[in-house]
Design a protein around this ligand. Structure first.
Ligand code: F3S
Length: 406
């Protein structure tokens, strides 16, 4: 890979051992991916924040980076992915002090490295939003899918460590989805039914994700009237079931509008027809319990529109005894929902809104929660896996969460 004089200097340790290691990691990734050079990024988003999923090794590594001399700081705006708890209200969630102590140390270490504690997987709704065409280094899979597909920014799907390295160096290898030729479609997805709600779109994304091959870009045809929140849930689901980092929706997402030919080979390599029965099969696959301990909304973190919908569902109702009803969002969207009075309506119903975390990366298996209802196929996919099957799920559209209210 070609390196500029300045990049060579950093690689040779002129700005300290940490930056040398960071750029070496990026160069190694670039060599593996066939990159010819590094390119500057406008911003970054760093996963690997929850103590539940990152553990002591990450904590020790981060604290050793903070203590390094000279001290290193992110060169661009960089924000943290969700942590394992609400950083302020963790006691109310039932998090243990020993978990909280380690979690707070991880977040503080990232902050010392210049990675802000926004702790959200929807940074694009919370002050870390790229422009169309901007090159960024994002690592949370649903955020990668959203900014690539819905905004038209450019990022590869980075691991936590390479996104941190990208933030510190301010660059990433020019490869993969940063190159226009890799952003065109491979697979045509003909949607032959009308999804009725956000969970149907999530189930559609989940079904498609399971059928695409690595690095393939699906192009959806036949979708009309999809909202940004529904695109968010659909993209998150296909990123979970099939690592889809980029998708297009004809007539909706920005890049398909500017190309003469949508597909890499002028025509799709394959066509996938999706009928309503395929969506039903996803609900069957992702749903087990009848009763639930927790209703959890906000995977990916809720937008203000989604919180308004939850508040309108809960208005004048109460959460049924024996069930908790939690909504997850970013601190910025929480503040906005507070000002608009949505959080008050939610709390009056006996539900609650938490920030910085989510139902997947918090330690629910240690919190006596055995079954969860979610409207997100991504959450339904991960909850059994991240709790060693101690917690079961049920995929249910928000409107049907009425069953858990009185
Ligand atoms: Fe976000 Fe947690 Fe879902 S990080 S995408 S809410 S699994």
């Amino acid at each position: 890979m070609f390196l500029s004089k300045d990049e060579e200097r950093i690689l040779n340790g002129a700005e300290g051992a940490v930056l040398a290691r960071a750029i070496k990691l990026l160069v190694t990734l670039g060599d593996l991916g066939g990159a010819e050079k590094l390119v500057s990024i406008g911003r970054a988003q760093v996963a690997g924040v929850s103590y539940k999923t990152s553990g002591d090794a990450t904590l020790e590594l981060l604290e050793s980076l903070v203590e390094s001399v000279p001290c290193v700081k992110a060169k661009v705006l960089a924000t943290q992915n969700p942590a394992g708890m609400d950083l302020k209200r963790w006691k109310e969630m039932g998090i243990t002090p020993s978990f909280a102590e380690k979690q707070l140390r991880i977040c503080r270490a990232y902050e010392a490295l210049g990675v802000e504690s926004y702790c959200t997987c929807t940074p694009y709704l919370s002050g870390n939003c790229p422009l169309p065409g901007e090159v960024v280094g994002f690592s949370e899979s649903s955020a990668v899918a959203y900014v690539n597909s819905v905004i038209g920014a450019k990022t590869n799907r980075h691991g936590g460590l390479d996104a941190l390295s990208a933030a510190l160096v301010g660059k990433v290898p020019a490869m993969g989805f940063l190159l226009d030729e890799n952003r065109k479609g491979d697979l045509k997805v003909k949607v032959n039914f009308k999804p009725r709600n956000e969970s149907d779109y999530a189930a559609l994304g989940y079904y498609v994700g399971k059928r695409v091959k690595t690095e393939e870009v699906p192009v959806y045809e036949g979708i009309k009237g999809i909202s940004p929140s529904q695109l968010k849930l659909m993209g998150a689901a296909s990123a979970a079931s099939g690592s889809v980092a980029l998708f297009h929706v004809l007539g909706v997402t920005p890049e398909v509008r500017r190309w003469k030919t949508i597909y890499k080979e002028d025509k799709p390599a394959e066509t996938l027809e999706v009928e309503e029965r395929e969506i039903k099969s996803v609900y069957d696959e992702l749903s087990s319990p009848e009763d639930v301990d927790l209703v959890a909304i906000g995977c990916p973190h809720c937008s203000i529109e989604e919180i308004r919908e939850v508040a309108s569902l809960l208005q004048g109702r109460k959460v049924r005894g024996g069930t908790q009803f939690w909504i997850f969002t970013s601190p910025q969207v929480y503040d906005s929902a507070e000002r608009k009075g949505y959080n008050k309506v939610i709390r009056m119903a006996g539900a609650d809104v938490f920030t910085h975390t989510c139902m997947v990366v918090m330690p629910i298996e240690e919190m006596e929660i055995k079954s969860v209802a979610v409207n997100s196929a991504k959450a339904a996919f991960y909850i059994p896996r991240t709790t060693q099957n101690k917690c079961r799920v049920r995929l249910t559209p928000l409107k049907e969460m009425k069953a858990f209210l009185k």
